[in-house]
Each structure stands twice: as C-alpha cells, then as structure tokens.
Ligand binder design. Sequence first.
Ligand code: DC
Length: 194
Amino acid sequence: MIFTVAIDGPAAAGKGTISRAVAERFGFAHLDTGSLYRAVGVMGGDPVAAARGLTPDDLARDDLRSLVAGQAASRVAVIPEVRAALLEFQRRFARREGGAVLDGRDIGTVICPEAEVKLYVTASPEVRAHRRWLEVGGDEAMVLAEVRERDARDMGRADAPLRAAADAVLIDTSELGIEEAVRAACAVVAERLG
Ligand code: DC
C-alpha cells in the first residue's frame, strides 16, 4: 500500500510528536525532514556539497536538535540547490511501500502534493517559544525572537516557502494537549484509510 501523510507547520508546533505517534499507530515509516536540513546546516563548508553527500551518519549527530542547528537549517534551506539535492530522497520515502509520514515545511505543497492526508500543524509564536524554552532553557524572550526569525525566513523564502496546502486539515495546538492533537491527527488518517 502506498499512503503518505504529509505534516507541515512552523517550528515547535508539535509536528514531530504528532508524526511519530501517527507513524506508530498505523505502522508507517517516519521521516523528520527537518533533520536533513539541520545536518546540512551544522556541517559547515559548502552546503550544496553537504546536501549532495549526506549520509545516515550525518543524520545521527547528537547536536541536531539545538537552537543553533535550527537556525543553521533555516538558513541553508533557502538555497534552491540544497532543496533540490534533498528532494528525490524525500519523494522516494513518501511513496515507499507500507505507508509513510513525513513532517516538514513543504511536504504537502512540493515534496508530495499527491499525499493521501495533509495536515498543517500550528500554534501561536508565544506558545511555541514557551515549549521550545522548556526544552532548551535560557532566556525565553530570546527563544521567542528566534522562533519569529525562523518563521519569517521559512515563510518568506522564494523556493518552497512554508504555507498550508489548500487541501490540508488545520490542527492548532495552541490550546490542545498533545494527546488531543494526536487523536485529531489519527482521526483524519483513519477516516481516509476507510
Ligand atoms: O522542523 P525543524 O525545526 O527541524 O526544521 C529546521 C529548519 O529546516 C526549518 O526552520 C526550515 C528547514 N526545513 C525546510 O525548509 N523544509 C522542510 N521540509 C523541513 C525543514
């Protein structure tokens, strides 16, 4: 069975948690596409060469979740050649046998417009910054500034900007607990599976 769940949305909206839960519930493979951009971002040197030569070891680095890696990812993600180098791998993953969940910024719009389910997971910048701050600590106002800066870059870039696909189902997690958000996402997938 070929079945793709595309989950897009801004940083720290809950995409990762929802994606992992949906993948586990339905037995689908999961790809966190942000980790590809994070790995390219932290490698240094020429980002286009880094994207073309990415290996599984690069994706296993333990520094990929930091704020610095997130900012570096967002910066290399504006480069069309970097996005092009990562496109085929993501497309093949999306259409693999057995079902796949991909989370990112452009899954429902560019990587897999034919996805059987598209979700757009979002929350207010303040709520997202607070969640990220609970994870990383430091100065919460700075974390909020970082979230806003990343949103502006991800939504404003010319190539594959972050936006909801016209046929995406919106899940706003500002006032939803994670269990309710997962339930809502699973209900959409279950309905489409029939
Ligand atoms: O989801 P994340 O925070 O791990 O993503 C890090 C950055 O990578 C994000 O700010 C923009 C970029 N990204 C992207 O451009 N396209 C994707 N499909 C996933 C991430």
